[in-house]
Design a protein around this ligand. Structure first.
Ligand code: 6R9
Length: 646
C-alpha cells in the first residue's frame, strides 16, 4: 500500500528563500532562550518595558516579562492604525447565507472602542468575567477585544454547547454579563441561541446583563430586567476609548476544556506572554506576510484555536483574514473552496477531521475552484494520518504548498511543535520538532528521555510564554493534573503519547488514554485508524481498545465506508480483507478483533471522536452520557445499523 508515511516534502527553493524563518532560528533560540523570547516580545507595543524575562521561582506559576505593561486590544487594533495601516482589511467576514462585510483595522479600532464603552456602561471593569456565547460573527471578535481593552476576562463558550454547559461555565467563573445573539444560521436554517441563555441564566445569579446581537431576526423571549439589544447599547457609544496598560501577568481569558473527570477545567491565560507567543508562532509557522497574505483559520472562536489563531495572533500581526460563519457544506460541499477563490486565501488552517470529510466528499469538488492563491496549509487538533496529509497537499495544495502539522493544547496557549514551512522537510503525519524557543521531550514513566526510535509520554520540560497560569479556582487540580506526574523533574505532563522516529522527529499518538495495550504491546488508536483509512474503501475510522480476557485489550474498529462501496465492502470477505490490510500495514498484532461498519462517528462539537462511547458499544455496555456530542442521535444510528465482521 501507500508509503506516504515515509515520504519527505522539502519546501521549494523559492519558498525557502522568502520564508520568515530559517533553521538558524533553532540555534539562536538555544543559545539564549530568554534573549530569544525577549526579542519575540518586541513584536508588541509595551507601555512599560519588562525587567526580568522569566520568573519561575513560584513554579508551576510562571511570570513572563515581569513588570512590563501593555494593552492587548491596543496591540491588536490601534497600533496598526497608528502605523498607517488603518485602511487594511482586518476581517473579510462571510456569513453563511452569503452576506459579507469587510472590516478595516480603523473600523476594528472603532468597533472595539464602542463595545468597550458599552461594557463599561454595563458595569464591566478590570478583573470581571464576561461570558461570550456567539456564532462566528464580527461581534464575537469585538467583544473579546473589548474585554481585553478593559482588562476584563472573557470566557467564550462555543455556540453549539447546551444551556447546561453554558450555565456551569457562567457559574464557575461568576460572569457578570453574557453576550449572545438571537439565533444562528446552521445549514440554511436560523436556529435559536438566546433561548439557551434564558435557560442557563435562570440559575446563574452572577449575571446582571444579557447583551443580544440581532443576527437572524427570529423571535426571542425578552426580559426587560436584564436583556439589552447590542444595537441599542453599542451603536450609540463614542467610537474612541483610551486603553489602559495592564501588567503583563494580568488575566486575559478563561477557556473551559474537558478533562478526565466530568467537570470542565477553566484554563487561565494572561496577557504579555500569551500575546508574544501567539504573534511569534502565527508569524513563523504560517510564514505570514501581513501586506499580501489572506489568512483563514476555519476553527470556531469557541475553541482555543479560534482564540489564538483567529483573534490574538493574526490581529496582533496586522494580518488580513477571512472569518466564515457557517459549515463547510452550506449551501454546497464546495463552500470552503469558493471562499478561498473569492478572497484569494493564501494560508488555510483546518483540522484533520475536516480534511477527511473533504476526502469523503471527493477530490472533484475542490478541483472545480481556483485554489492557486494558497501557499501554506495547516492542520491542528488531532494526529493527521499520512493519507489525509497527502490528499490535502495534492488536492488542496496543488502538490506544492508546505503543510504545517501543529501540535498544541488549550493549556499551551499557542503552537509548540510544528515544522517550519520554509525550513523543514516535512514528513506526513509527524509534527516533527519543537519550535525555536520551545522544549519538549518524549520520556518513559520515570521521566527519562527515550531517545530516537523510542516511545512514551510527551512532556514540556521548560516553561513557555503562553503557558496556562492555572485552572480557574482550582490550584490543586492544576498541580495535580499537569505537574504531579513528574514532580521531581518539574516537567509539564501533556497527556499525550508520542514517539521519536529514527531521525529523532516527533510523532504525536493521541491522548494516552487512547493508547491500547494488546498482549503487552502498546498500540495507538491513531496508528490503526491511519492504516484503515489508507485502504481505498474506508472514508473514516475510529478505533478503541475493548477489554479482552486473553489479550488485555482487543482492537475494535468502527469504519465509515466511502460512498458507492458500502454494499459490497460491508460484506464478510471485504471486512476480512480490511483486517488483513491493517495487519499488513502495522503488523499482525494490530489486526482488529472486530470491525463494525457505521454511518457516522460520534464526535464532540470540536470534532474529536468520543471513543468512550464507542468503547461502550464494543464492550456491549449501555451507552454512557452523550450530551457533549455534536449530534446526540449518532449513537442511535450506530446501534441500529451495525454490520460486523470478526
Ligand atoms: C489546539 C487544540 C489538545 C489535544 C492534544 C492532542 C490533540 C492537537 C495535534 C494533536 C496530534 C496535532 N492535538 N493538535 N494531536 N497532532 N497536530 O486542539 O487544543 O482542544 O485543547 O486539544 O489535541 O491530543 O493534547 P485542545
Amino acid at each position: 500500500m501507500s508509503n506516504a508515511a515515509h515520504d519527505r516534502f522539502a519546501p521549494s527553493e523559492e519558498f525557502a528563500a522568502q520564508a520568515n524563518a530559517t533553521s538558524a532560528l533553532y540555534g539562536q533560540a538555544d543559545a539564549d532562550r530568554e534573549a530569544f523570547w525577549a526579542e519575540q516580545a518586541s513584536r508588541l507595543h509595551w507601555d512599560q518595558k519588562w525587567g526580568q524575562v522569566l520568573d519561575w521561582s513560584d513554579a508551576p506559576y510562571a511570570k513572563w516579562f515581569v513588570d512590563g505593561t501593555l494593552n492587548v486590544a491596543y496591540n491588536c487594533a490601534d497600533r496598526h492604525v497608528e502605523a498607517g495601516n488603518g485602511d487594511r482589511v482586518a476581517i473579510h467576514w462571510e456569513g453563511e447565507p452569503g452576506d459579507s462585510r469587510a472590516i478595516t483595522y480603523a473600523e476594528l479600532q472603532r468597533e472595539v472602542s464602542r463595545t468597550a464603552n458599552a461594557l463599561a456602561e454595563l458595569g464591566v471593569g478590570a478583573g470581571d468575567r464576561v461570558a461570550i456565547y456567539l456564532p462566528m460573527l464580527p461581534e464575537a471578535v469585538f467583544s473579546m477585544l473589548a474585554c481585553a481593552r478593559l482588562g476584563a476576562m472573557h470566557s467564550v463558550v462555543f455556540g453549539g454547547f447546551s444551556a447546561e454547559a453554558l450555565r456551569s461555565r457562567i457559574n464557575d467563573a461568576e460572569a457578570k454579563v453574557v453576550i449572545t445573539a438571537d439565533g444562528q444560521y446552521r445549514r440554511g436554517k436560523a436556529m435559536p441561541l438566546k433561548a439557551g441563555v434564558d435557560e442557563a441564566i435562570a440559575e446563574a445569579p452572577s449575571i446582571q446583563h444579557v447583551l443580544v446581537v440581532q443576527r437572524t431576526g427570529i423571535d426571542v423571549q425578552w426580559n426587560d430586567a436584564h436583556d439589552k439589544w447590542w444595537h441599542d447599547v453599542v451603536d450609540r457609544q463614542p467610537d474612541t476609548h483610551t486603553p489602559q496598560a495592564f501588567d503583563s501577568e494580568h488575566p486575559l481569558f478563561i477557556l473551559y476544556t474537558s478533562g478526565t473527570t466530568g467537570k470542565p477545567k477553566g484554563i487561565l491565560h494572561t496577557s504579555g506572554g500569551y500575546l508574544t507567543q501567539a504573534a511569534y508562532t502565527h508569524h513563523t509557522v504560517f510564514d505570514l506576510k501581513p501586506d499580501t497574505d489572506v489568512y483563514w483559520c476555519t476553527a470556531d472562536i469557541g475553541w482555543v484555536t479560534g482564540h489564538t489563531y483567529i483573534v490574538y495572533g493574526p490581529l496582533a500581526n496586522g494580518a488580513t483574514q477571512v472569518i466564515y460563519e457557517g459549515t463547510p457544506n452550506a449551501p454546497h460541499e464546495g463552500r470552503h473552496w469558493e471562499i478561498v477563490q473569492k478572497y484569494g486565501v493564501t494560508i488555510y488552517y483546518t483540522a484533520p477531521t475536516t480534511i477527511r470529510t473533504f476526502m469523503k466528499w471527493g477530490a472533484e469538488i475542490p478541483a472545480k475552484y481556483d485554489l492557486s492563491s494558497l501557499r501554506v496549509l495547516g492542520s491542528v487538533g488531532e494526529p493527521i494520518n499520512p493519507e489525509a496529509w497527502i490528499w490535502y497537499r495534492k488536492n488542496i495544495g496543488s502538490d506544492r504548498t508546505p503543510i504545517v502539522d501543529t501540535w498544541w493544547q488549550t493549556e499551551t496557549g499557542a503552537i509548540m511543535i510544528s515544522p517550519l514551512p520554509g525550513a523543514t522537510a516535512a514528513k506526513p503525519g509527524s509534527a516533527q520538532t519543537p519550535l525555536p524557543g520551545i522544549s519538549a521531550k518524549v520520556v518513559d514513566e520515570n521521566g527519562t528521555d527515550v531517545g530516537p526510535g523510542g516511545g512514551g509520554l510527551l512532556v514540556l520540560d521548560k516553561p513557555w510564554p503562553a503557558m496556562l497560569r492555572g485552572i480557574w479556582g482550582d490550584d490543586e487540580r492544576y498541580k495535580d493534573t499537569y505537574w504531579s506526574k513528574f514532580a521531581d523533574l518539574g516537567f509539564y505532563f501533556a497527556g499525550d503519547g508520542a514517539k521519536y522516529d529514527a531521525d529523532g522527529d516527533m510523532w504525536l499518538l493521541g491522548r494516552v488514554d487512547d493508547v491500547m495495550n494488546v498482549s503487552g504491546h502498546r498500540i495507538s488508536t491513531t496508528e490503526v485508524e491511519s492504516a484503515l483509512v489508507s485502504h481505498p474503501n474506508v472514508a473514516e475510522a475510529a478505533v478503541v481498545g475493548a477489554s479482552d480476557p486473553t489479550t488485555g485489550q482487543g482492537i475494535v474498529a468502527f469504519v465509515i465506508l466511502r460512498g458507492g462501496v458500502a454494499d459490497e465492502a460491508g460484506g464478510e470477505t471485504a471486512l476480512a480483507e480490511l483486517r488483513d490490510h491493517v495487519s499488513k500495514e502495522i503488523g499482525p498484532i494490530a489486526k482488529p478483533r472486530q470491525i463494525m461498519v457505521v454511518p457516522e462517528l460520534p464526535k464532540t462539537r470540536s470534532g474529536k471522536i468520543m471513543r468512550r462511547l464507542l468503547r461502550d458499544v464494543a464492550e456491549n455496555r449501555e451507552v454512557g452520557d452523550v450530551t457533549t456530542l455534536a449530534d446526540s442521535s449518532v449513537m442511535d444510528l450506530i446501534s441500529q445499523g451495525l454490520h460486523t465482521g470478526a
